[in-house]
Structure formats: C-alpha cells, structure tokens
Ligand binder design. Structure first.
Ligand code: AMP
Ligand code: ZN
Length: 463
C-alpha cells in the first residue's frame, strides 16, 4: 500500500484515490520566463518518478501541469527583450519540454497554459464574489482572507488582526505574512491585458492554478504537487480560492518536494545561484547522470548539489549500463537456481516496499545495488542460469520504468559495421562529400569509436 506524506494533515497516509483506479493529479508547472534550473528539475523529476510509480502500481493517471505564461517575471523579461509576451513564453515553454525530454521525463497527460484560461479565471472570481470573498480596490479585485474561516489550514499561516486587510498585488511576497492577495490586476502601462467583466487587466498568479486544476480535474481531486516554497502563499491561496468558491474539499493529498541546495542554500535564479541543464551538459555531464543525482535522494529530503557528487553519479550510471550490457550478453545454461531466484524476489519486494514508503528512492536504489552485485558474481563464476537471467532483466526493466536510470540500451556496434562505415567515409571524402564523411565520423564517435587517419588509410579504436 502506497503511503504519502500529506502536508495538509502533517502525516503519512495510505493513498487511495476518489475514483477506484483513476488518479487525478495537478502539478504546478514552470514559470516560463527563462531556462528552468536543475533545482526546478529536481521537482519535475520527482513528478515524473511519482507518476511512473502510480502507473507501476496499476493506476490510471490523469496528471495536469500548468505553464505560468503570465506573471510579473514573464512580463518583465519579454519587455526587456522588446518582444511580445507570448513569443517569449512560447520559446521558453519549448526549451522546458526539450529539457524534460533530455532528462528522460515523461510528459504529464495535459500541459495547459494560463493565458488560454482567462474566462475560467473570471468565472471563478465571480463565484468568489457571490460568496462575499472579494472586494475591489483601485480597479483590482482582491481576496478577503479574513472572510474565509479555513485560511491557514495548509501552511499554518496566521491572519493577525492588524495584517488582514493589507493588500499585496505582486506575485511573490514574504513568507508567513498572510495578506489579502490579488485575483485580478487592473491594467497597467506596458503590461498585456484582457477586457473582462472586471475591467481591463490580467490575472494574479494564484487564480491561474485554481481555475485550471478545477477545469480539468473537477472541484475535488486526489493529489496536488509543488515545491515546498509553494506551500505558502501559493497553495494556501489556491485552497482558499477553490474551497471558497465551491465549499468542497479541493484536494485530498498535498505533496511537496524539498529543495535542491547549493552550499546549504536553495538553488535559485533570484539569488543567481543555479545551474541549468545546459550549463552542465556543456561541461560534459550526461543528462542521465543528472537525472540519477536528482532522483536518488527521497523527495522530502533536501539535496545538496555538488559537481563532485555529479561526477560520482556519472560513474554510477556508467556502471549500471555496463552491468545491464553484461547481463544481456551473458551466456547462460537453462534452468534456475533457488538462491538467485529468491534474491530477485526479495529485491522486488524491497524495491516496492521502499517506493511505497513515501517514494523512498534511496532505499529503492539500495535494493537495485544489492541484486546487481549478486548477479555480477554469478556471471563471473558462470553460474547464472537462463530463467534467472530473464527474471533479473525483467526486474531491472521494471525498476527502470519507474526511475529511468539505466538510459537507452545500445547494442555495441560490431567490427564489420565499423569497417563498412570507414570504407564509405573514404569514398565520400574522395568524392568531396564532406557532409557524409563528417556524419559518419560523428556517428562513430557517438558509439565510442575513435578514428585516426593515416597515409595508408584509417585506423580505429574503441574509446
Ligand atoms: P517556477 O518556475 O519558479 O514557478 O518553479 C517551478 C517549480 O520548481 C516550483 O514547484 C518550485 O517550487 C520548484 N523549485 C524552485 N526552486 C527549487 C529548488 N531549488 N529545488 C527544488 N524545487 C524547486
Ligand atoms: Zn500553481
């Protein structure tokens, strides 16, 4: 039984979805003002592993993620570049999806942009209006938090008498300072706006997620995820907007991922303390090792990022790949050994127990390592039998469906194939078809084959 730590109840709870087998989940997505950093990707890979494990457990998953394509930061950046907001945000949405692909993350079932849902946001503000939870000041609409009794139930933020009624209309503000927040901002010079029943303006950040989550998942759904920095004010305000409008419980399980840190501090763009995926791949690190680093620590623990740690993970994923190749290629006699098949069964149990325990990926990886070393020994002593080989491959394949740490399986290129390509390259060069000859050199380099041109022809070796 899967157990998850619920921020709302402050404890681990057994997970069961509202509708038998279907899990409805909303994850706050990226603000597409710039490249996401690997702190953001720690969170997005957590969503990936969490989603994959739900599917591994046999659930059907409807996972909606938003793209925040309008807020203070996206407007500021597009203005600095002198281009339209949607041109700027389209570009960074595409980069975000590219990075997700490089990191081997599956896309959520639905990815939805805030600016495509202005009508839904206005309808939600109207519902809040009807329930006496809003007021207008200087053309902007605010949420009156003192009128919502449950305000603070997610984060513990307190409304103190002298603070309530103070208004904040920027998207990000100080923690623990519960204030009436803006739902609809009156149009300002230099900012995009929409003409609506509340006048010309644009949405506040929090209303975006409530409107989109409820549109696609209903008024009440199973799981809402975000990084821990979103508990307050973003998620507290989402809860207040949604429950304030419907009177129903918005979300059953609120799940929050801890931060990726550098030198003991949160990785953050604002503080100029971050690495993007591109920064690291340019230094020669593989996306697979970056993925391994980010998923190997359980999501509720802070993870301190270091380049040394990443180097270690580079070695680790290489070892995992070598191990898988060795296992694939091992020649085994038919049959099965009681000891190895028992170890495989135990490894599977340990893996599932760890993942059921609030997605404890580090214990899950320990189960992988233990079996890996036992199988390695069996291969070395030529005692691995065919049925056990198949069962082990099946187990590691299942692990990979969840964690995605083995990477794509590439058969090693054969000597004859290399020879044929070298001959084709020589002919291409003779014919001055340098595009083709470069392509062949590049392809061989990707397979780890290094070419050396000599006066007698071309020598090659494996890297
Ligand atoms: P943003 O693009 O700023 O809206 O952030 C996207 C997601 O990344 C949010 O859920 C944040 O909570 C999360 N996030 C931001 N910084 C970090 C970090 N250093 N470690 C983990 N998650 C983060
Ligand atoms: Zn959100």
């Amino acid at each position: 039984m899967l157990k998850l730590f619920n921020t709302l109840t402050h404890r681990q709870e057994e997970f069961s979805p509202q509708e038998n087998n279907l899990v409805k989940m909303y994850s706050c997505g990226p603000t597409v003002y710039d490249f996401a950093h690997i702190g953001n990707f720690r969170y997005f890979l957590f969503i990936d592993v969490f989603s994959r494990y739900l599917k591994y457990k046999g659930y059907k998953l409807l996972n909606v993620m938003n793209i925040t394509d309008i807020d203070d930061k996206t407007i500021k950046r597009s203005n600095e570049r002198g281009i339209a907001l949607n041109e700027h945000t389209k570009e960074f949405t595409a980069k975000f999806l590219e990075d997700l692909d490089l990191l081997g993350a599956e896309h959520p079932s639905k990815i939805v942009a805030a600016t495509d849902h202005i009508n839904e946001m206005i309808d939600l503000i109207k519902a809040l209006d009807k329930n006496g939870l809003t007021y207008i000041n200087e053309g902007s609409v605010y949420y009156r938090i003192s009128a919502f009794n449950d305000y603070g139930k997610l984060s513990g933020a307190k409304i103190s008498g002298n603070i309530s009624g103070k208004r904040v209309n920027v998207d990000e503000y100080d923690k623990e300072d519960a204030r009436d927040f803006v739902l609809w901002k009156a149009a300002k010079e230099g900012e995009p706006f929409w003409d609506t029943a509340y006048g010309a303006g644009r949405p506040g950040w929090h209303i975006e997620c409530s409107a989109m989550a409820m549109k696609y998942l209903g008024e009440s759904f199973d799981i809402h995820c975000g990084g821990v920095d979103l508990v307050f004010p973003h998620h507290e305000n989402e809860l207040a907007q949604s429950e304030g409008a419907t009177g129903k419980q918005f979300v059953k399980y609120w799940i929050h991922c801890e931060h990726l840190m550098i030198d003991g501090q949160k990785m953050s763009k604002r503080e100029n303390r971050f690495f993007t995926l591109r920064d690291l791949t340019k230094q020669g690190f593989s996306p697979l090792a970056i993925r391994y680093s980010l998923v190997s620590v359980p999501y509720r623990k802070q993870l301190n990022f270091t380049l040394d740690g990443l180097r270690g993970d580079e070695t680790r994923v290489k070892k995992l790949q070598d191990f898988r190749r060795r296992l694939y290629k091992s020649k085994c006699e038919s049959g099965s050994s009681a000891q190895i098949s028992y170890s495989i069964k135990k490894a599977k149990e340990a893996f599932e127990e760890a993942m059921d325990d609030d997605l404890n990926t580090s214990s899950a990886l320990a189960a992988v390592s233990i079996l890996e070393s036992e199988i390695n020994k069996a291969i070395s002593s030529e005692s691995l039998l065919e049925d056990d080989k198949k069962a082990a491959l099946d187990f590691f394949g299942k692990v990979d469906l969840v964690l995605g740490i083995f990477g794509e399986y590439k058969e090693e290129i054969l000597d004859t194939e290399i020879q044929n390509l070298i001959e084709e390259r020589l002919i291409a060069r003779k014919n001055k078809n340098f595009a083709r000859s470069d392509e062949i050199r590049k392809y061989l380099a990707e397979q780890g084959i290094i070419l050396q041109d000599t006066k007698d022809g071309t020598d090659w070796r494996r890297a």
